[in-house]
Ligand binder design. Structure first.
Ligand SMILES: Nc1ncnc2c1ncn2[C@@H]1O[C@H](COP(=O)(O)OP(=O)(O)OP(=O)(O)O)[C@@H](O)[C@H]1O
Length: 229
């Protein structure tokens, strides 16, 4: 479903500050997989996620999603792809400053009962009419995740979606992601620093200095089965 063939990413190519961040990565992620990407800070994880989702162009190599080469998209196709096919949860949330959390969540979609329910279950109702600057990091992160979920895309890219959350909130968010993966057969690609989170994934990819150094299948454990959190 998501295939990457020998992708290389060089920032600022041919300039003094040129930096090679991805060194020829191959990937093949199946539909409905929950795949986690781990690796130390600066190893290239976010860059890989942005390239796989088409938010960042690659320097060389090919990326295809559902057998469509995403580099060959016209700008209209790129816009449609971003609007309809994928959702992206950014590490730094990327909420719009002068819109409330509610307006941010429903930026591109109409309110749904499911999302309204999650606003209550995830306990952000009290902040829903505030602007991002007036909210905690955790409240903003939950809003960013809800904005992605509201799109009901088949592919969800998440860059450290629980980085600002405490243990209980992380569990609540991951429970929902795992449920969506199972009920909608959504493909979820998630960057994390948390070893516990890798246990709920079907597959764990380790990146080191821009190289894929391990790619292993995992027994996808139900969150409830995790003893320690
Ligand atoms: N737009 C950019 N322009 C230039 N260099 C960049 C850009 N984005 C990232 N980099 C550099 O690429 C390298 C990899 O960054 P990246 O964010 O992909 O790593 P990461 O593994 O996700 O790190 P972290 O776990 O800290 O988020 C870093 O050295 C970073 O400074």
């Amino acid at each position: 479903m998501i295939k990457a063939n020998n992708i290389v990413k060089i920032y600022n190519q041919h300039k003094q500050n040129e930096l090679k961040v991805l060194n020829g990565i191959d990937l093949d992620i199946a539909e409905g997989e929950l795949c986690t990407i781990i690796g130390k800070s600066g190893s290239g994880k976010s860059t890989l996620l942005k390239c796989l989702s088409g938010l960042e162009g690659v320097t060389s190599g090919q990326i295809s999603i559902n057998d469509r080469d995403i580099q060959s998209f016209t700008s209209k196709e790129t816009n449609e792809f971003r609007r309809q096919d994928i959702a992206f949860v950014f590490q730094e949330y990327n909420l719009i400053d002068d819109l409330t959390l509610h307006e941010n969540i429903y930026l591109e979609n109409e309110p749904t009962e499911t999302i309204e329910n999650l606003i209550d279950v995830w306990d952000i109702r009290k902040a829903i009419n505030l602007f991002p600057m007036q909210c905690s990091g955790g409240q903003q992160q939950k809003a960013a995740i809800l904005r992605a979920l509201a799109k009901e895309s088949k592919i969800i890219f998440c860059d450290e979606p629980t980085g600002a959350l405490d243990g209980k909130s992380s569990q609540e968010v991951l429970t929902v992601l795992q449920a969506i993966q199972k009920s909608h057969r959504s493909t979820i690609i998630l960057i994390t620093h948390n070893e516990q989170i890798t246990k709920i994934s079907d597959r764990v990819i380790t990146i080191h200095d821009g190289n894929k150094i391990s790619d292993r299948k995992n027994v996808n454990v139900e969150l409830a089965e995790l003893l320690e959190w």
